[in-house]
Design a protein around this ligand. Structure first.
Ligand SMILES: [Fe+2]
Ligand SMILES: [Fe+2]
Length: 475
């Protein structure tokens, strides 16, 4: 029997023999996966200053200490239960939430949990080469914090699979450790989670935009009628916030450094010649990861989304902020669609079928707020006239109405030939990637030092100084 006290939890693990038995098989497989697919070269002889969740209250989830990565205490936490919680939307609105999985929704719920679960280990796999090229110990530590928390998010989904889905839940939990990001035969389930994240600009854009899709999805799952799913995802959101902080502040620091280099060169020089990252290149990574993350929200018109909502499985983000009846039986939504000749037309569709687009609306607004902060606090503060902008929702899509059609970042239709000719004005090219690899060749492992292309953060982690030894090498 594995020891429950090595696994921080608030689900009475030591009293839950069934769950302990299931974890007994899964936990060693998880550790094997972590050693194989977690950060190479940082498994045994490095101590990382990490936050470990040891309970759900504010003091408990901000416990900091040095830890070797494979010895991180991945725990199982659910947000505190809400007294007399009722279903907040869909056909069962007003009835008590479920503590067990209703048989008729079992497959749909399992699928939602597996899809969410699959993204968690995927991103650890995508990011595994970055440690060898980090811009500072501070950033290295943040990378590992994100990695171990994605590992914990996998644990969270596996807890649900083991506890509520019996035999097939256990099979799915094993399969989550068998797929591999980018693998031809056994890829991860969603496209954006098969793209390599091998430059730090990718990493910051991914944590800004793709982890924010995680926030969209977790917000909508935290409305679920299945109370354990709602409580699990509600706690995951506290960790997700840090991931987006890493992305937003990381890109802000690159922008900051770019502005400094521009100023030093009298605003006329080529930033790349000074070893920095030029604004057009940053914009390309915004375009790429934002459009990938739009795809993660699914098709504009979706019968699955309608069913999930009707059955109370997946709500809208911040459902109680909507001023309608939360049932949406007869509401309509205006959508940009394409007609047979490829022209854009406004079309009215039943709101329930448009809920992917409603969630995408929320997501775009949340991204825009972050982009506005970069523009105001960095570019405007430096007196620059350039701005970072989100591309049109039509740009570079592979899912939904615009998939396979071509648009520029302003939403203008292009012919396939025009697209082929121009796409690398808007998306990272092989040369762009090569340049980024060239400036991150040498990792920066000295406390307080930063690579030339990124400014130091304003403050350290957990009130530690910026030159704190966030990652320590053991002799
Ligand atoms: Fe996650
Ligand atoms: Fe995340």
């Amino acid at each position: 029997m594995i020891s429950a006290d090595r696994i921080p939890n608030n689900v009475d693990l030591s009293g839950n023999k069934r769950l302990l038995r299931a974890l007994e098989h899964w936990q060693p497989a998880y550790l094997d996966w972590w050693r194989e697919m977690g950060p190479p070269g940082f498994q045994d002889s490095h101590q990382v200053y990490l936050r470990t969740a040891v309970s759900v209250d504010a003091a408990g989830w901000a416990h900091f200490d040095y830890v070797r990565l494979p010895e991180y205490r991945w725990g199982i936490f659910l947000a505190e239960p809400m007294h007399d919680r009722r279903i907040g939307f869909g056909d069962f609105k007003g009835l008590p939430v479920w503590q067990e999985v209703p048989g008729e929704f079992r497959n749909q719920l399992r699928r939602l949990i597996v899809i969410q679960g699959d993204t968690e280990p995927a991103s650890v796999e995508q990011q595994r080469s970055l440690g060898a090229h980090c811009p500072s110990l501070y950033d290295l530590r943040n990378l590992f914090q994100v990695n171990v928390e994605e590992g914990r998010h996998l644990w969270a989904m596996v807890y649900l699979l083991h506890s509520y889905f019996g035999r097939d839940g256990r099979d799915e939990a094993e399969a989550l450790l068998e797929r591999r990001s980018g693998n031809d035969d056994t890829p991860r389930m969603l496209e954006a989670f098969n793209e390599p994240i091998d430059t730090w600009l990718d990493f910051f854009a991914f944590t800004m935009f793709t982890d924010r899709d995680g926030k969209s999805q977790l917000l909508s799952l935290s409305e679920s009628s299945l109370d354990p799913l709602a409580r699990t995802t509600r706690f995951m959101l506290t960790e997700e916030a840090h991931h987006m902080f890493v992305g937003e502040s990381g890109l802000a620091r690159i922008l900051e450094r770019t502005c400094q280099l521009l100023r030093e060169s009298g605003y006329s020089g080529d930033v790349r010649r000074a070893g920095g990252i030029d604004l057009p290149l940053i914009q390309k990574f915004v375009n790429f990861w934002f459009s990938q993350s739009l795809d993660l929200h699914g098709s504009e018109v979706s019968s699955n989304a309608a069913t999930y909502f009707a059955n109370g499985l997946k709500g809208r983000a911040e459902e109680d902020k909507f001023e309608d009846d939360h049932v949406l039986a007869a509401n309509m939504y205006m959508l940009d669609m394409l007609d047979d000749s490829g022209r854009i037309i406004r079309q009215e569709v039943p709101m329930r079928n448009a809920l992917n687009e409603v969630l995408r609306d929320w997501y775009v607004g949340d991204c825009q707020a972050g982009v506005d902060r970069w523009n105001k606090r960095v570019l405007e503060a430096h007196g620059m006239s350039e701005r970072i902008a989100l591309p049109s929702r039509k740009f570079n899509r592979r899912v939904g109405v615009y998939a396979g059609k071509h648009f520029d970042p302003y939403g203008n239709r292009l012919t396939p030939e025009e697209w082929e000719r121009k796409k690398y004005e808007w998306l990272p090219s092989a040369e762009d990637k090569q340049y980024l690899h060239s400036i991150q060749v040498d990792p920066v492992y000295k406390p307080g030092q930063f690579a030339n292309y990124i400014a130091p953060p304003q403050r350290g982690i957990n009130r530690q100084p910026i030159d704190f030894e966030y990652v320590r090498t053991e002799a």
